[in-house]
Design a protein around this ligand. Structure first.
Ligand SMILES: Cc1cc2nc3c(=O)[nH]c(=O)nc-3n(C[C@H](O)[C@H](O)[C@H](O)COP(=O)(O)O)c2cc1C
Ligand SMILES: CC(C)CC(=O)C(=O)O
Length: 369
C-alpha cells in the first residue's frame, strides 16, 4: 500500500493531529490509542495540571550561545523531549515502528521502543542505524513472568545498541479500559508480539462469575522489588523505572539500583483517578533530591508544558499519544512534525521566560500569586 506522507494543510499544533488522527484510524485503533482506564478522569487531570500553571516572563535577556541540549546517562540529546514507549504502531501505519523511528530521527529526538512493538527491537534499531543521524534509542521492558525470557530481552536490547532500559513497573494489571471494550478493540496476544513471540501465557487471568480475578496465582508471577535488583545485576545499561507515583517508591527504586525515574500514570491508562503526573512530580523530586535524573510523562501537548515540567525539576519529558497521532496522519513526517512543533514551542517559551539554556529553567518560571 502506498500512502501519502504529506503534512495536511492547516496543521499548526499538536492538537490538530489528534483531530485528524481520529479520521485516519479505525474506531478500534482510535479507542486503543486515545482511551484510558474507566472514566478517563486521570487523562483529563493530566491536561488540567499543566493548564493550571501560569508562566512568568522576563524581558531583554541575552540569549547568545543558548540552546536546549542535554546529556542523560552519558548520551547527548538535542532537546529534552523523547517519544514515550507506545505499543502497536501498525495500527497507525503499515510500516509500524520503522516509520516512527525515521520520524524521530528526522526530528533528532530520542525514542523509547516498547516491548510490545509490532516490529522486533532489532528491526527498529537497524532502521535507525540506516539514517544519517541515528536516533538515541532506549528499550522499554515489561518484566515477563518468564525471567529467563526477560533476561534474553535485556541481552537483545544491549546487543542491538539501545542506550537504556526503561522498566515499566506500574502495570502488573490494567483496570478495564471501557472505551476499548465498547469499541470492540482486541489486543493481539502477547505470545504473538514481535519481541515476545513464543512466550507462553498460560498464566493470563480470567475469572468466572463468583471467582476472584486477581488472587488465584496470577500475581505470583508479576515483578517485585527483588526483580529490579536482579535486573540491575544482569544488565549493563542504565535502568529507569517508569510509573513511579509515590516518594516511597522512588526511594525503593534508588535503593534497588535504578539509575533514573519516570514519574508517569501511564497516560491515565492503568488506574483511573490517579493524580496527574505533574502534580506528583514535586514530591518525587523532593525525595530523590538530585540523586538520579527524574523524567515525567502524561498530558504534554505544548512546548509550554515541557517548560513547566522542567521548571518543577524534571530532567526531560516523554510524549505518547501525540506521536501516534502524527504517525497515523502523516507517517514519519507526522512524527517528526509533532516533535518539531513541541521543540519550537519550547524554545519560544524559554526565550520569553528568560531562559538561555535548560539549566536556567527553574521554579522562577512559574508565576506564583
Ligand atoms: C497506545 C498507547 C500504548 C502504550 N503502550 C505502552 C507500552 O507499551 N509501554 C509503556 O511503558 N507505556 C505505554 N504507554 C504509556 C506511554 O508510555 C506514556 O506513559 C503515556 O502515553 C504518556 O501520556 P500521553 O499519551 O498523554 O503523552 C502507552 C500509551 C499509549 C497511548
Ligand atoms: C499492550 C499494552 C500492555 C501496552 C500498554 O502499555 C498500553 O497499552 O498502555
Amino acid at each position: 500500500m502506498t500512502r501519502s506522507y504529506e503534512i495536511p494543510a492547516g496543521v499548526v499544533a499538536v492538537d490538530d493531529y489528534e483531530r485528524l488522527a481520529r479520521e485516519c484510524l479505525s474506531p478500534e485503533a482510535w479507542a486503543y490509542y486515545s482511551g484510558g482506564a474507566a472514566d478517563e478522569i486521570t487523562i483529563r487531570w493530566n491536561r488540567e495540571a499543566f493548564d493550571r500553571l501560569k508562566l512568568r516572563t522576563r524581558v531583554l535577556g541575552d540569549f547568545s550561545g543558548g540552546g536546549t541540549g542535554l546529556t542523560l546517562f552519558g548520551q547527548a540529546f538535542d532537546y529534552p523531549i523523547l517519544l514515550a514507549p507506545t505499543a502497536h504502531h501498525r495500527l497507525a501505519t503499515p510500516e509500524a515502528e520503522i516509520a516512527t523511528v525515521v520520524g524521530a530521527g528526522g526530528a533528532r529526538a530520542g525514542m523509547v521502543v516498547s516491548t510490545e512493538s509490532d516490529l522486533t527491537l532489532e528491526e527498529i534499531a537497524q532502521a535507525s542505524r540506516r539514517m544519517a543521524a541515528p536516533t538515541p534509542l532506549w528499550f522499554q521492558l515489561y518484566i515477563q513472568h518468564d525471567r529467563g525470557f526477560t533476561a534474553e530481552l535485556v541481552r537483545r536490547a544491549e546487543t542491538a545498541g539501545y542506550g537504556a532500559l526503561v522498566v515499566t513497573v506500574d502495570a502488573p494489571v490494567f483496570s478495564p479500559r471501557n472505551r476499548e471494550q465498547r469499541a470492540g478493540y482486541e489486543p493481539p496476544k502477547l505470545s504473538e508480539h514481535a519481541n515476545t513471540r513464543g512466550l507462553h501465557t498460560d498464566y493470563v487471568a480470567e475469572a468466572a462469575l463468583g471467582e476472584s480475578l486477581m488472587f488465584r496465582g496470577y500475581l505470583d508471577v508479576t515483578a517485585r522489588w527483588a526483580d529490579i535488583a536482579w535486573l540491575r545485576s544482569i544488565a549493563r545499561l542504565p535502568i529507569l523505572l517508569k510509573g513511579i507515583m509515590a516518594p516511597e517508591d522512588a526511594e525503593l527504586a534508588i535503593g534497588h539500583g535504578a539509575d533514573g525515574i519516570v514519574v508517569s500514570n501511564h497516560g491515565g491508562r492503568v488506574l483511573d483517578t490517579m493524580p496527574a503526573s505533574l502534580d506528583v512530580l514535586p514530591a518525587v523530586l523532593q525525595q530523590v533530591a538530585g540523586r538520579v535524573p527524574v523524567l515525567m510523562d502524561g498530558g504534554i501537548r505544548r512546548g509550554t508544558d515541557v517548560l513547566k515540567a522542567l521548571a518543577l525539576g524534571a530532567s526531560a519529558v516523554m510524549v505518547g499519544r501525540p506521536c501516534l497521532y502524527g504517525l497515523a496522519v502523516a507517517g514519519p513526517a507526522g512524527v517528526a512534525h509533532v516533535l518539531h512543533l513541541l521543540r519550537c514551542e519550547l524554545e519560544v517559551a524559554m526565550v520569553l521566560a528568560g531562559c538561555r539554556t535548560l539549566a536556567d529553567i527553574g521554579p522562577q518560571v512559574i508565576w506564583r500569586e
